[in-house]
Design a protein around this ligand. Sequence first.
Ligand code: UT7
Length: 344
Amino acid sequence: MPNAYISGTGFFAPPRVVTNDDLIKEYGIDTTNEWIVQRTGIEERHYADEGVATSDLAVEATRIALKNAGLEAHDLDMIVFATLSPDHCFPGSGVYLQKKLGLCEGPKAKFIPALDVRNQCSGFVYALSTATAMIKAGVYKHVLVVGAELHSHSLDLTTRGRMVSCLFGDGAGAVVLSATDEDRGVRAWKLGADGRFADKLSQPIWDISKKPFMPLDANGVGQVAPEMMWAQMDGKLVFRHAVERMVTVLMETCIEAGITGNDIDLFLFHQANLRINQYIQNEVLKLPDSKFIHNIQRFGNTTAATIPSLLHEAVESGRLKRGMKVACVAFGSGFTWGSVIIEW
Ligand code: UT7
């Protein structure tokens, strides 16, 4: 059975930086830099311009990942695209990415499968696990795994929405997962979900049980009420469950891999709140800063893109080296969670 290893990583964030003070000055939100930094660790995030779509961010991250893997788009056998902010309701963003990568044109056209994963903050670990299973089954040689989000166009950037809108930023991360006969790569993964909390962090937009699925005005134009249009979150509940589930799934994955937490060289936690991650690091795992990388300060919460962005930073900065063990752990809306341990 082949092993699945990450042959290339990439990350892209749109150039426009929005600081906490910009949220006040440009959008008139009643908040302070101190409130956001103290509660979340976030100092700034990146916002895409109008006209940019999620798949556009994904293309940029993919090109970097392919270059680092020494591959071209036509070497890919499959796309797995994790996002909660797809270009459209349907089809999924994976097919837009496939087209934008030039895979559908010319004599070398290659109509590889494109799978969208809708698991929000844990989307990338779900996608990576799925791709690993494909590679280990011997079905594919190179699978592109993307986590990309364009949040800023669908945030309630007013004081009403400040609790959620100050948290999120735009960005895309990509990895190429490749087959190898070498003794390395993904060692273990664990995924979980608890649908009892599905409404505790959600952005419904519509209710398909209603006829029609959203109210219409006199001209037949769909009307979306603010509580349906903007993401809603029970922040304290999410925080509590995030700590419990991330610790548990990490330990379960270590057991699956036959190692302990002390054997892990680098922890890449989903970047939802620096306080969640610091609590787990200091109060539960009691491990040094040198084993963790965070980038929420600069990018906010980029949901499915957080873990591939950290992987890229870890590789580029030289902190992730061949032979090291890295644990990727995520929790989010659903609730869903997951962890993947990779021997680099
Ligand atoms: O990636 C998806 C997973 N998401 C998460 O993991 C998020 C987990 N939860 C959290 O990160 C935190 O719960 C938040 C950062 C979202 C909120 O922090 P908190 O300490 O739980 O805040 P709170 O709910 O206790 O709110 C305190 C106050 C409220 O005012 P009142 O009702 O006490 O007067 C809020 O209205 O802070 C107010 N508030 C703000 N004030 C200034 C909420 N947002 C803001 C803001 N600026 N941006």
